[in-house]
Structure formats: structure tokens, C-alpha cells
Design a protein. Structure first.
Length: 414
């Protein structure tokens, strides 16, 4: 049993790291072997999800998996409905929830040792490549050639003003918030700045949740990596989240669970206040992003809320709330609110810290950071921890009973 579990654990390590860093591998191939297109990116993500599903189906689904599985099924039904009323297949948001389902479920089978190993290994890889990017920028740019990778696979035009192989959006612009330590926004293995910023937030969630499990050296290493990302990536959102995380570590265990349900309404209320105070705020700053989201809320009609404007979703990357409603109807908005708020376990101090950190990270990002949190690069590690924390005190993998084959469910006796 132990040998079999260790094999499954290493499979989870592989799929988690592949989900997080597959773009870096593709970029190297694109830069030095053969030009790739979007199909290579899509095929890679599909392969990762297929492998994750194989691991899940190999174990079978228990009654304890019904909530994430039900969420996935409900999203599929909504995707079929939205596809029907728009006259073409709309599965992008279903893919986002499939990512959540896969990694939440795998997380429930991930033991303490494995979840810590995955996090530290991913953080170490990001730190190592980040140091290369900072001190040997030309080598980093030549090796990964992010600009050409995103041009070939996403159609992002090369930056003609500056002769650089870095991703054009990572070069920043005049007036952009910056610590000025390097002449671009760092990207590390993610090749673009937004995912690295959100990975920094995921690191904060892990540290807030699992602080007591790390050695002194591991704590200082993770803290140094977070600080290094913050001062080179110039991310305002994660600076704010970092301050919340420090206070939250001490406060979260004492808050009632109802607070998890209140975070989304609180962020919307604060957004409305900012909209009233600064209705003309624009630009790449927190007030500008918030006002943009609130303006979209005021302009959205009933048909858009019911999924008739799904084609607009591709242009809503800077407003996660609006994206979810437009592509999945207002019911998808309600479902993600309830799932994020209610799914995490809430018994131990670790579980309570995670539940609050997850809600704040997701709902704050959806207000001012857009849809990047749904990317498999970020969602994989975040939701793997969510699943792990669900059974953190009752190691699910140690149970000797086997489930019935999919799609039947069996309750695990505790």
C-alpha cells in the first residue's frame, strides 16, 4: 500500500509541476528547436488535464468528492446552455472549473510530505530562474525568448519601440509603479509578469497556511523569494495581499466562518465606494481597475447576465467578476462565490487561515486583477492546497479502502 501511494504521490508532483511550468518548456522548444503555435499550448494543457483525470479516475470518486464534481457538472450544464444561445461552443469557463476540480481532487490525495515538497520545489525553481533573469537578463531572454513565444502562440505583437526579447508587457511603461531595481517587470519561469505576481500570492497563501510545517531555513528562503518577486515584479496587488496575509496569520483563526461568505460582497461594496469617490479614475492602477469593473457592472444588461453576450468574454481579462458573468451567466458567479467561500474545511487553525486567505486572494484578484487566477499555471498549486487542507488532519491517502469505479460513489468511513 505504501509503495503504491508513493508512486501516486510522484505522479501528483509531476502533474502539478507540469501544469505550473509547461509554458517555459514550450518556450525553449520554440526558441531553439521549432516554431510553435497556439495548438501546442492547448495540446499541452489538455495533456496535463488528461493525466490528472487519469489519476483521479484510477482512484475512483468517493462521496467526499461530490461537491467539486457537482460544481463541475453544474458548470458543464451552464456551458451547454451558453453555447446553445450563442450558436457556437463556449467551453473556456468550463475548462477553468475543470482545472479546479482536477487539482482539488488530487489535493485530497496529497499527503503532508508531498504538498510541502511540491511547493518548495516550485518555489526553488522560480527563485533560481528569477536570479538568472535579474543578473543575466540577456541570457534569460535568449534562452526563453518570451517575446517570440507569445507572438507565435498568442499573437502578441513584438515591441517595435524597444529591441528586446522579453515579453512586451513585462517591459512596463512610463508612469507605471516600480521599485526601479531592474529595467523590466520580472517573469521568471512564467515568462510574463502577471503569472509571476500571482504565483507570489500563492506562495503567501501556502506560507500563511503551512507556516508551522517549515523549518527556519525554509521559512526564510520563502520569505526572501516573495520579497524578491515583489520588488522586481512591481505588483501592487500582491503588496497589498502580503500586508493582509501578515495580519491575517494572527487574526484568521479567530474569525467566524461567515466572514468567508462576506469577502465578495465587501470587495464589491468597497469597489462601489471607490467608484463614487473617483468615478473618472482610469489607467493601470488600483482605482482605475476598480472603476473599470464597477462601470461594467452598471452597464451590463439582463441579457448579458443570462449569457447572451459570451463573445465579449475574451476582452474582459482585466475584470474577473464581469468575465465570469458574461461567459457563464450570473449563476456561475453565484457558484464560484459559494464554492470558494464554503468548500474549504474550517476546523483547525491551518484550515481557517487557508479558507480566509483563499477567499481574499480570489475575490480581490477578480476585482482588480482579472482572469489570470483561472490559469492552470496559478490555479494548479492553489487548488491542490485547497484539496489537501480538506483532509489535512485525516490523511485520506492512508485509508486502505478502495472506491467503486467511476461514476459510482462510496462514503469513506472515518
Amino acid at each position: 500500500m505504501l509503495e503504491s501511494f508513493e508512486k501516486r504521490s510522484m505522479s501528483i508532483v509531476f502533474v502539478a509541476l507540469a501544469a505550473t511550468f509547461y509554458n517555459a518548456v514550450l518556450a525553449v522548444i520554440n526558441a531553439h528547436v521549432v516554431d510553435l503555435g497556439f495548438s501546442a499550448v492547448a495540446a499541452s494543457e489538455m495533456a496535463v488535464l488528461a493525466f490528472a483525470l487519469m489519476l483521479i479516475l484510477g482512484k475512483g470518486l468517493y462521496e467526499q468528492d461530490l461537491v467539486p464534481f457537482g460544481y463541475l457538472v453544474a458548470t458543464l450544464i451552464l456551458a451547454i446552455y451558453v453555447s446553445a444561445i450563442n450558436g457556437h461552443v463556449v467551453l473556456d469557463y468550463f475548462r477553468n472549473i475543470l482545472i479546479i476540480f482536477c487539482f482539488v481532487t488530487l489535493g485530497t490525495w496529497t499527503n503532508h510530505k508531498t504538498i510541502k515538497y511540491i511547493f518548495l520545489l516550485a518555489s526553488g525553481l522560480v527563485f533560481g530562474v528569477l536570479c538568472v533573469e535579474i543578473f543575466f537578463t540577456d541570457f534569460y531572454a535568449d534562452f526563453f525568448y518570451p517575446a517570440m513565444y507569445f507572438f507565435n502562440t498568442r499573437g502578441v505583437e513584438l515591441f517595435e519601440v524597444v529591441d528586446s526579447k522579453l515579453f512586451r508587457n513585462a517591459l512596463g511603461f512610463e508612469g507605471r509603479f516600480s521599485f526601479g531595481l531592474i529595467n523590466h517587470r520580472s517573469s521568471s519561469l512564467f515568462l510574463e509578469q502577471v503569472s509571476l505576481a500571482n504565483f507570489c500570492g500563492v506562495m503567501m497563501v501556502y506560507l500563511v497556511t503551512l507556516w508551522g510545517r517549515f523549518s527556519a531555513f525554509q521559512k526564510w528562503f520563502c520569505l526572501f523569494t516573495i520579497i524578491l518577486i515583489l520588488v522586481t515584479n512591481d505588483t501592487r496587488t500582491m503588496l497589498l495581499f502580503g500586508m493582509v496575509s501578515i495580519v491575517g496569520y494572527f487574526v484568521f483563526p479567530y474569525l467566524p466562518r461567515v466572514f468567508c461568505l462576506l469577502y465578495l460582497p465587501i470587495f464589491l461594496f468597497l469597489g462601489f465606494l471607490i467608484y463614487l469617490i473617483k468615478p473618472n479614475a482610469v489607467g493601470d492602477n488600483i482605482p482605475g481597475r476598480v472603476v473599470l469593473t464597477m462601470e461594467m457592472f452598471t452597464e451590463m444588461d439582463l441579457l448579458a447576465q443570462l449569457g447572451f453576450a459570451a463573445d465579449l468574454a475574451a476582452d474582459l481579462g482585466d475584470s474577473g467578476y464581469i468575465y465570469v458573468i458574461v461567459i457563464g451567466t450570473v449563476f456561475s458567479f453565484l457558484l464560484i462565490w459559494l464554492f470558494v467561500s464554503c468548500y474549504p474545511a474550517y476546523e483547525t487553525a491551518e484550515q481557517r487561515r487557508f479558507a480566509h486567505a483563499l477567499c481574499i486572494f480570489i475575490f480581490m484578484n477578480m476585482m482588480i486583477g482579472g482572469t489570470a487566477i483561472f490559469s492552470i499555471k496559478i490555479a494548479s498549486l492553489l487548488w491542490l492546497l485547497a484539496g489537501h487542507m480538506k483532509f489535512a488532519e485525516r490523511d485520506r491517502a492512508s485509508l486502505g479502502k478502495r472506491p467503486y469505479p467511476f461514476p459510482e460513489f462510496r462514503k469513506v468511513e472515518r
